[in-house]
Write a protein that binds this ligand. Structure first.
Ligand SMILES: [Zn+2]
Length: 269
């Protein structure tokens, strides 16, 4: 599943469409995670894309008085083709048509989504989201305050988008390893300096992953069709039974909230 760095990378790859005129949107299959509002789609004709941005794992295409909110879901990807090129693929659900290019949204598992709204900040998908990990409002004071009322494990807390956005399974495992904190531990018992460590490692890991274009996982393709971005070095994720890079102990995998969690028993407590 694309995580924040992958979505940021995808957003950057579609940035060239900023300032371009979107002629129309063609929906081949409206049955995504939420059905696409076809009436609203049909009203979008020959409008300029004023800006393209990202909030959490959502990509915003801002038009004059509307915003298109796109989520990649589990397997959503974009690719760019010349207008008139007849190359179509299975699961090409949405086509954004420009003067000489088309931007195609492909999503085999259809957990992605497209919404059109006048006020994105007040949209039901957006308004309850926590701070961006790289923004200043995600800091150790914020985290220390926020964990007090939380009854969950460190990993569950970090993956909850109401607390901080964009941390999925992979980065949660990596952040906790770098911070020396067990994914099983109740987060409310962490002290201030541990919160500081988590914040520091979150920012460092997310930044590094964005710089390298997001980790390459099987379902992720960049918008220009290149599979195979650079990979950040993962210390624990997907490394069951391999040697810990720090202490040589074996990395352990266990299932936590139906997701695989990876950690080192010796380095994390
Ligand atoms: Zn270790």
């Amino acid at each position: 599943m694309p995580e924040l760095p992958e979505v940021e990378t995808t957003k950057n790859a579609v940035l060239p469409f900023k300032g371009k005129i979107l002629k129309q949107i063609i929906v081949n299959n409206p049955s995504l995670r939420w059905p696409i509002d076809q009436k609203a789609i049909k009203k979008i004709k020959d409008v300029k894309i004023l800006s393209i941005s990202r909030r959490a794992k959502y990509i915003f295409l801002d038009l004059d008085n509307l915003t298109i909110i796109i989520h990649l879901g589990m397997t959503g990807t974009f690719r760019i083709q010349n207008l008139g090129s007849n190359e179509t693929k299975k699961h090409d659900h949405i086509i954004f048509e420009f003067k000489d290019k088309i931007l195609i949204f492909n999503d085999p598992r259809r957990f992605g989504s497209l919404h059109i709204t006048e006020d994105p900040q007040d949209h039901f998908l957006i308004k309850h989201l926590g701070p961006e990990p790289l923004e200043e409002d995600f800091n150790s004071e914020y985290l220390f305050r926020k964990i007090k009322k939380a009854g969950v494990s460190t990993k569950s807390f970090l993956m909850n988008q109401k607390n901080v956005v964009g941390i999925g399974n992979i980065y949660a495992c990596e952040i906790l390893f770098s911070s020396g904190i067990s994914p099983k531990r109740k987060i409310k018992y962490l002290n201030k300096s541990q919160c500081k460590e988590i914040v520091r490692n979150t920012k460092r890991i997310i930044k590094e992953a964005i710089t390298k274009g997001g980790t390459t996982l099987k379902d992720f393709y960049s918008a220009d069709g290149n599979k195979g971005y650079f990979k950040i070095e993962l210390n624990v994720y997907d490394r069951e039974n391999k040697e810990c890079r720090v202490c040589k102990d074996k990395i352990i995998r266990f299932v936590q909230n139906q997701r695989s969690t990876f950690y080192c028993k010796s380095c994390q407590s």
